[in-house]
Design a protein around this ligand. Structure first.
Ligand code: PHE
Length: 344
């Protein structure tokens, strides 16, 4: 019996040595030590032993049980450890790997400036209108009091598509388009941002496509001082609290009187520098009182209603605001340029 016990121990330890999983540990525990296990089976024969033999065999049996148990324990722990490690290895995340960059776009500087202009005029009660870039000769010139032989209608200056259709050369056609829509009602208070086209040779300050914001206000007793006040408020909000404006006499066929508007130089505060060519002033827009003939053509009675209009160049304002020295930067889509406006 002692021999059977010894050989059982040997057999058990050999088999346990091969264990790899905690499932197997459980299996072998049952196989050797369970109620119907091999050890129990041998011990059942104890009753047949003599009184002297019994304690000796009992001791051997205990040793065998302990040996098997401690081996099971050891193997069980090892298997568990290995299983945890395998699980960790499988689920691990390498936090040192570089992340994938998300390339988010940002607003184009011209759109940034348009949005600022819109915000300022919305704050003064203006609405925003938009009109077609492909325009008729009628709205682009005729209703703006530009007679057929006016030099601005020259083929050199405009992109004609047919004899009567062209790419708009300014946003002013929106003046009459808006007034027609309003059907004689007042007040009319709109601004209209949009692209315009002229046959120019591109250089640092000229582009054949550029952006304007038109402004129009028509009502009873709308005066030149209203124009002046609105534009001063605009300049202060757009450039700086202490910005000044100055109106210089000018000529446009669709306004009378007409004025070019300068803003005090935001680089030198009006003292004179390279940017303002030592004048202290920078021109930002054309403006004037809507010509009576334009009001008439749009269905308004110039005896009852008056109005002012202005048109500003968005590129010019963006160049002044952000210190851009070449208008072509706005159109060549160089990311090194565009990305600089990420946080303004
Ligand atoms: N349309 C004119 C231009 O493009 C600007 C302007 C608009 C002038 C409105 C007066 C009134 O130069």
């Amino acid at each position: 019996m002692r021999e059977r016990l010894e050989s059982l121990k040997q057999e058990a330890l050999n088999e346990l040595e091969q264990i790899e999983s905690s499932g197997q540990v459980q299996e072998l525990r049952v196989k050797y030590l369970g109620k119907k296990g091999l050890l129990t089976e041998i011990l059942r024969g104890m009753g047949k032993l003599s009184a002297e033999e019994r304690p000796i065999v009992g001791q051997v049996a205990n040793e065998v049980r302990e040996a098997i148990e401690s081996k099971l324990e050891e193997k069980g722990q090892a298997a568990e450890r290995a299983e945890v490690e395998a699980k960790l290895a499988k689920e691990s995340i390498d936090v040192t790997l570089p992340g994938r960059t998300v390339h988010a776009g940002n607003r184009h500087p011209l759109n940034l400036v348009i949005e600022q202009i819109e915000d300022i005029f919305l704050g003064m009660g203006f609405n925003i209108a938009e009109g077609p870039e492909v325009e008729t000769d009628y709205y682009n010139f005729e209703t703006l009091n530009l007679p057929k032989d006016h030099p601005a209608r020259d083929m050199q200056d405009s992109f004609y598509i047919t004899e009567d259709i062209l790419l708009r050369t300014h946003t002013s056609p929106m003046q009459v388009r808006t007034m027609e829509k309003m059907q004689g009602q007042v007040p009319v208070k709109i601004i209209c941002p949009g692209r315009v086209y002229r046959r120019d040779d591109d250089d640092a300050t000229h582009s054949h496509v550029f952006t304007q914001v038109e402004g129009l206000m028509v009502g009873e007793n709308v005066r030149m001082s209203d124009l002046k006040g609105i534009l001063l408020s605009f300049a202060r909000q757009m450039f700086s609290e202490d910005a000044k404006i100055r109106l210089r006499p000018s000529f446009f066929p669709f306004t009378e009187p007409s004025a070019e508007v300068d803003v005090s130089c935001m680089f030198c505060g009006g003292n004179g520098c390279r940017i303002c060519k030592h004048t202290g002033w920078i021109e930002i827009l054309g403006s004037g009182m809507v010509h009576p003939r334009v009001l008439e053509m749009a269905g308004y009675d110039p005896q009852k209603h008056t109005g002012f209009a202005f048109g500003m160049g968005v590129e010019r304002i963006a160049m002044l605001k952000y210190g851009v020295d070449d208008v072509r930067h706005f159109y060549t889509n160089d990311l090194r340029f565009l990305k600089q406006f990420n946080r303004v």
